[in-house]
Design a protein around this ligand. Structure first.
Ligand code: FES
Ligand code: FE2
Length: 346
């Protein structure tokens, strides 16, 4: 199940250069490269002549030459040269995709190009904001993209999967939880009051006593999860909005389906304390990276079972509230897109 009329992260800005990059997105092969002026370009990774991936070709200026018979394609997808012949047939063009570079990511629109408004790109300004330190990264995940959405909307798993870094049992046992649902948004707020901080918070926040900890998870479709997380020494007023004296972070996630059983997982961590301390940024990043490797092991193992058993889960628990709300939104949006495609095709 893929939603098409959305901006997705295709790659980090540093991945795309003058060497064509092949990447499958929503099950479709895409090739990405930069023009000589540095503008990102995305083509379907399939030559209209005999289907060779254009990512096997090379760039001549802003023109990509197919590796097989040397047809050349300009940045707008039109064929501009066929070796040994003057006439360029009308159908000699490759499909292009709208791309926009923002927040150190290159975004792609795989749906109807007429709807590709860059104003709809989800806000990840923390990666550019001087008031925050931040570092981002990428994971390839051998699992369906919705398993990652589920995971980030149910943070009780931190108690079990991440007990050496960002989790402890207090998260699962003592959280006050509130779920707010809107037509295209789920916000899950969790407060863990007067509990021992987890190992990562002790390491980067220097807490010695108990803390009041918050986790505010904001989900927008198809798969953007922006987590406002942090803690202050207990009793200093964080639930009432006084966050001074503690640590605040954003865990930022943009998931792009690769296939039905694999995903591109772009993520990063921003922090609002010690913002110009690269060593701190890196220390936080390493903690989260350790935790996310633990998540990837979980997703992969879940997907292996899903490949064998096609029946739905046999039980839901209270902690699933946010994930179930997100799945309902995604199913509705998918049904709406399919209905619109049907109408357009008639
Ligand atoms: S397959 Fe690309 S030029 Fe023939
Ligand atoms: Fe996790």
């Amino acid at each position: 199940m893929f939603l098409r009329n959305y901006w997705y992260v295709a790659a980090s800005d540093t991945e795309i250069g003058r060497k064509p990059l092949a990447r499958t997105i929503l099950g479709e092969p895409v090739v990405l490269f930069r023009s000589e002026a540095g503008a990102p370009v995305a083509f379907e990774d399939r030559c209209p002549h005999r289907h060779l991936p254009l990512s096997m070709g090379k760039l001549f200026g802003d023109v990509l030459q197919c590796h097989y018979h040397g047809l050349r394609f300009a940045a707008d997808g039109r064929c501009v040269r066929i070796p040994g012949q003057e006439h360029i047939p009308h159908g000699a063009k490759v499909r292009t995709f709208p791309v926009v570079e923002r927040y150190h990511w290159v975004w792609i629109w795989m749906g109807d190009p007429a709807l590709a408004d860059p104003a709809k790109i989800t806000d990840f300004h923390w990666f550019d904001d001087p008031n925050w330190g931040a570092k981002s990264s990428y994971l390839h995940v051998e699992a369906n993209w919705q398993l990652i959405v589920d995971n980030l909307l149910d943070l009780t798993h931190l108690a079990f999967v991440h007990d050496t870094t960002i989790g402890n049992l207090a998260l699962a046992e003592h959280a006050k939880v509130n779920v707010t649902r809107a037509p295209n948004n789920v916000v899950m707020t969790r407060w863990i009051i007067d509990q021992e901080p987890p190992p990562t918070f002790k390491k980067v926040g220097g807490f010695t006593g108990n803390v009041d900890r918050w986790q505010i998870i904001d989900f927008t479709p198809p798969a953007f999860l922006r987590l406002d997380v942090g803690a202050t020494p207990t009793g200093t007023g964080a639930p009432e909005g006084r966050r001074a004296g503690g640590i605040g972070m954003r865990n930022l996630n943009a998931i792009t389906p690769e296939t039905e059983t694999t995903a591109h997982y772009f993520w990063g961590q921003a922090h609002d304390f010690d913002v110009n301390n690269a060593e701190m940024t890196n220390r936080i990043f390493q903690q989260i990276r350790t935790a996310f490797a633990e998540d990837v092991a979980v997703f992969t193992a879940q997907q292996k079972n899903l490949n064998i058993f096609s029946d739905p889960p046999q039980v839901d628990i209270n902690a699933d509230a946010g994930a179930l709300a997100a799945r309902r939104i995604l199913k509705r949006l998918y049904d709406e897109e399919q209905a619109a495609r049907q109408v357009a095709a008639e």
